[in-house]
Every structure is written in structure tokens, then in C-alpha cells.
Ligand binder design. Structure first.
Ligand code: FAD
Length: 380
């Protein structure tokens, strides 16, 4: 088989890339070793927030929100996008000063965000107990939100196939063929596929995939756990998060509460086993934030993996040493919300050779330098 571009991974990023490239008339073959959404995408909170600490993430997220807001129309399927806002708890005076700095930067970049007091917290999410949260206030951005990760990813995949992309599930790429520092193809289940580009959008497995091309990347897989409760009457729209406690939770359109927190037994590596210590810690923290939830039962508890880069920012663009090898990973727990813009940048580069500042600032090359600006507004 022969194609222009091989995409490795059938998560939100792989499927969005397949859609965007095929829309431009480029021959694409996507290989997913399990099923679409079997990686982090199908296990995530799918929150979409513009409240970041680095200029880069703020702009990427803001531009992604613009794309999300038109995506149901473009993909001709409802992706479940809604803007209920993100409420970020502020716990003490030090955090308040940091929040003021972040809000200043975010507002200067056009994000509608403000600092709110304890009364306003209760107006936005009536079930919250600001004292139980140990909160003195919060930041709130009403245009942050959420989309359904399954609906979004499958909509991309279906439109990509209509555009002529080939999507192969249950087919694992086991080898990348590189000759004279240029990508020539891949091997998937014993079959050779010739191509000019290989995109590594293999999420938490991207380090293993990069190694197939002789490239060492600094990413590490980090086990994360999440829960979903039974349904209850819709009472709030916002995602509630705390950088200090690491908790995040929101109420889904169907009424279930979905959330996560870093567990006491969080480990690096590919461990799918959920832990009781997480469940305990999550339940205690969640009911401290929203005491009424102690009457709601947990329906399901699962694990997934963050693909963590050293500065918690994505790694994108063509490899400096292997022509045709494209990085699209390292999303460190925020790859759903950034996917629209990141995949647009990558597909514009492959189709038209279009450059972008992000292809430089988010390049794998940055880890050679000493001054890496780390994203600090991370939860979960
Ligand atoms: C509990 C949890 C909560 C999260 N919450 C949020 C959130 O609220 N907002 C947000 O933006 N992000 C969130 N994230 C992060 C987000 O889920 C990921 O950043 C994003 O889904 C990554 O998408 P992806 O397409 O890059 O990778 P993935 O969805 O992980 O897809 C990679 C795919 O590659 C496949 N693959 C691997 N190796 C091979 C191979 N050799 N051949 C073929 N296929 C291969 C895998 O099977 C997998 O399906 C969360 C993650 C977790 C785990």
C-alpha cells in the first residue's frame, strides 16, 4: 500500500488530523491498534479551558474554542459542545496574587475571565461549599466549556472516511522505515505501507512509537483515574477545578458528575488497575467541595494515561533530524481542548508548508535549551 501520510493513533488528535488532511485532498491512512477512542480520549474529562499561565496555551485554547463552537455545523454531527464556564478555586492570598497575574495576561489576550468572591461561587455552582473547599474566591471564564470526546472523535473519523481517508482499527504499527534520515514508510501487522510523512499521535505510547524511528523523546505515561456518578437533576454547568487540590469535576449534559484528582498511588507506567485509595481520596475531596454529593453513588471508575512532557506543553512539528516524522504528542492532560488548533497547524504545515511560531516554540528542539517555560496551571 502507498499513501502520502500515515497517522499513528485513533484518538482526538489522529482523527482530527485525518479529517483535516483528507479535506485538503491528501491521501491519508490512520492506524489504530485497538479501537477509536481507546486511548486517553475515551477516558478524559473533555473540559475545554482558556485559563492557562503561558501565553501560548492561552492563545491555542482560545483559537480552539472558536473552532469547537463551529464544529458541530462543520462536521454535520452534534459534538456536544457547551460553554458552562470553568470555575478555578483560589485558596489563599498567595494564590489570589498568582490568579490576578494570570487573569491580567488572559484578559490582555482577549479571554473573558474575572475574579469572583464566595457568594458568586455559590451563584454559579449552588452545590459548592466555599468554606469546605477552603476557598476565598475563584476565577471564572464563562466561555470555557466541554464537548463530548466520543461524539467529536467519531464525527472527525466519519467525515475523514467520506473525504477518502482510510482508517484501520485493530492494526498496530510495529516499525517505521527510515532511510537516509527520511521517513519511507511503516509496517503494520506485517504489511509495508510506503509514505512521505508519519505522524506520531500515539498519546501515552508516543515514546515507543518515536523509538521505532530512532528518536528519543522525553515523554512519560502517567496513570490517571476518574469517576462518574449516577445521574442527578441538572444543577450546574461549570467545570470546577483547583490547582492546589488537583480536583476537577463537572456535571454532564445527562446529569452525571464526572471528575478526577491525582491519586495517592499515582504511578508512571501502563497500569490499568484502578485503586481504592483514589476512590477514597476523590470521594472525600468531592464531598468536601459539594457536601450534597455524599448522597450520590459512583457508577464507574477507570484509568487512563496522561502523556506528560517535561514542561507540560505539547510537542509538535517535524523532527529536526528525520524528515517526514511529525510529532503530535506530549499533551500532558490537555490534549482534547488544544486539538483543534494544534492539528490545524500540523495539517497546514504538511499540506502547504505553512510555518507557525508554535512549530518553533513547541518543537522537540526546545528541550536542548535550559530555559523551558513550564505550564503551571495543571490539574488532575
Ligand atoms: C482521566 C483523564 C482526564 C482528562 N481530562 C482532560 C480534559 O478535561 N481536557 C483535555 O483537554 N484533556 C484531558 N485529558 C487529556 C486528553 O485525554 C489527552 O490529552 C488527549 O485525549 C490525547 O489525545 P490523542 O489523540 O493525542 O491520544 P490518545 O487518545 O491517547 O490516542 C492515542 C492512540 O494511539 C494508539 N496507539 C498507540 N500505539 C500505537 C501503535 N503502535 N499503532 C497504532 N496505534 C497506536 C492507542 O491505542 C491510542 O488509541 C484527560 C486525560 C485523562 C486520562
Amino acid at each position: 500500500m502507498k499513501t502520502d501520510v500515515v497517522i499513528i493513533g485513533g484518538g482526538i488528535n489522529g482523527c482530527s488530523l485525518a479529517y483535516q488532511l483528507s479535506k485538503k485532498g491528501i491521501d491519508v491512512a490512520l492506524f489504530e491498534r485497538k479501537y477509536i477512542c481507546s486511548g486517553a480520549t475515551g477516558r478524559c474529562g473533555a473540559g475545554i479551558r482558556q485559563q492557562w499561565s503561558t501565553r501560548e496555551n492561552i492563545i491555542l485554547a482560545k483559537e480552539s474554542v472558536k473552532i469547537f463552537s463551529k464544529l458541530s455545523r462543520e462536521l454535520k454531527e452534534d459534538i456536544g459542545f457547551r460553554q458552562g464556564g470553568y470555575l478555578v478555586a483560589i485558596h489563599d492570598e498567595k494564590e489570589l496574587k498568582e490568579a490576578e497575574e494570570r487573569v491580567k495576561l488572559q484578559r490582555s489576550l482577549g479571554v473573558d475571565v474575572k475574579i469572583i468572591d464566595k457568594d458568586e461561587i455559590k451563584e454559579i455552582v449552588p452545590i459548592l461549599d466555599p468554606d469546605g473547599m477552603h476557598a476565598i474566591g475563584a476565577t471564572f471564564c464563562p466561555t470555557d466549556g466541554h464537548a463530548d470526546p466520543f461524539k467529536t472523535t467519531f464525527a472527525y473519523a466519519r467525515r475523514a472516511v467520506e473525504n477518502g481517508a482510510k482508517i484501520f482499527t485493530h492494526r498496530e504499527v510495529s516499525k517505521i522505515i527510515v532511510e537516509k534520515n527520511k521517513v519511507k514508510g511503516v509496517v503494520a501487522d506485517g504489511e509495508r505501507i510506503d509514505c512521505n510523512y508519519v505522524i506520531n499521535s500515539a498519546g501515552a505510547w508516543s515514546r515507543i512509537v518515536a523509538r521505532m524511528a530512532g528518536i528519543d523523546i522525553p515523554n512519560r505515561p502517567l496513570r490517571k483515574e476518574a469517576i462518574v456518578t449516577e445521574k442527578m437533576k441538572r444543577v450546574f454547568d461549570a467545570m470546577v477545578i483547583s490547582f492546589r487540590d488537583g480536583i476537577y469535576f463537572s456535571q454532564q449534559s445527562e446529569g452525571n458528575i464526572l471528575g478526577g484528582i491525582p491519586g495517592p498511588d499515582e504511578r508512571e507506567g501502563y497500569l490499568y488497575q484502578p485503586t481504592f485509595s483514589f476512590l477514597n481520596h476523590m470521594a472525600r475531596t468531592l464531598t468536601r467541595y459539594a457536601p450534597v454529593l455524599k448522597f450520590v453513588r459512583v457508577l464507574r471508575h477507570w484509568t487512563g494515561f496522561y502523556d506528560v512532557s517535561p514542561d507540560a506543553r505539547p510537542i509538535i512539528g517535524e523532527d529536526p533530524n528525520i524528515k517526514g516524522f511529525i510529532h503530535c504528542h506530549g499533551f500532558s492532560g490537555h490534549g482534547f481542548m488544544l486539538s483543534p488548533m494544534v492539528t490545524k497547524i500540523i495539517s497546514d504545515y504538511i499540506s502547504d508548508g505553512k510555518d507557525s511560531d508554535y512549530l518553533h516554540s513547541l518543537s522537540i528542539e526546545r528541550f536542548k535549551g535550559k530555559d523551558i517555560s513550564r505550564e503551571v496551571s495543571v490539574v488532575g
